[in-house]
Design a binder for this molecule. Structure first.
Ligand code: MN
Length: 285
């Protein structure tokens, strides 16, 4: 059994641009947080937006050295980058962007969501890249809701949506540079599931909503994050309410981290280079 290490929560919220009121549940700067290969988790919303004429969001900004994984639960995001790529991410969709060497992009509420308003809820997870991939060409995996592998858990309607890696042999659509399992778990009240997770993997559980008992002891509630020990291979979850969880687990990347805002590299020299490249306009494709 993987022992629960601790449960944390963050109620403090800040705005990313004018479109995303986010709570940062963890980052690589969090003291004592062994989160590798993951770097950061922002939970946006759930928040109500009234109809508007001008799209809200975050304008052109850079990323280098890692991947941004955007998971939409409610609302719709439209993204564009300076290489001319763009698209829509709607409920159930996932955009897995390998920023790597770097790009400039904007992330906005879609035109339709802006016009109609409504509830917005999304996650952005940052996934680190090993040194050898930090400067490869940027690319995207646009994964739509219907491409995500769905594993039924029992008869009542609980499901595991496998975004990356695999769950009991069912493979998810996202390709990753290091071994990662990313699972969107919808567990209905009263149901128990036993997760098999490789020994030595970093394991983090984020509850978007609901309440779940972990390993028949501690209870995790909504907007809480659970850290687990790397030893052990199974976690038992029993839903006390209908619960939506993001299960993140992966092999740690054992390399130094140097980070500054949207740049995450291995050395301070590489960070200086990233800032210089950004200021010199070299992030435009
Ligand atoms: Mn971004």
């Amino acid at each position: 059994m993987k022992q629960l290490h601790r449960i944390t929560r963050t109620d403090e919220s800040h705005w990313v641009g004018d479109g995303f009121p986010v709570r940062t549940l963890f980052s690589y700067n969090t003291p004592d947080a062994e989160v590798s290969p993951f770097l950061m988790l922002d939970y946006a919303g759930p928040a109500e937006f009234s109809p508007a004429s001008k799209p809200r969001g975050v304008g052109l900004h850079p990323h280098r050295g890692f991947e941004t994984v955007t998971i939409l639960y409610q609302g719709e995001v439209e993204h564009h980058d300076t290489a001319g790529n763009g698209g829509l991410i709607g409920p159930g969709d996932v955009q897995w962007m390998t920023a790597a060497k770097g790009l400039l992009h904007e992330e906005m509420h879609s035109a339709a969501f802006t016009r109609q308003g409504g509830t917005f809820e999304a996650i952005q997870l940052w996934v680190n890249l090993p040194a050898q991939y930090k400067m490869i060409a940027p690319h995207y995996q646009s994964i739509t809701d219907n491409q995500i592998t769905v594993v039924k858990l029992g008869e009542k309607g609980s499901v595991m949506r496998v975004i990356a890696g695999n769950y009991q042999g069912a493979k998810g659509p996202a390709n990753t540079y290091t071994p990662i399992n990313l699972w969107d778990l919808r567990l209905l009240a009263g149901q128990t599931v036993e997760l098999d997770i490789p020994e030595d993997y970093t394991t983090l559980l984020f509850a978007l909503k609901g309440s779940v008992k972990i390993n028949n002891s501690a209870t995790m509630n909504d907007v809480e994050l659970a850290f687990f020990e790397r030893k052990g291979k199974t976690i038992t979850l029993s839903a006390l309410k209908d619960t939506t969880l993001l299960v993140m687990n992966g092999e740690p990347i054992d390399e130094p981290i140097a980070g500054y805002g949207p740049f995450v590299m291995n050395t301070e020299e590489e960070i200086r280079q990233a800032i210089e490249d950004f200021n010199g306009g070299r992030f435009k494709q």
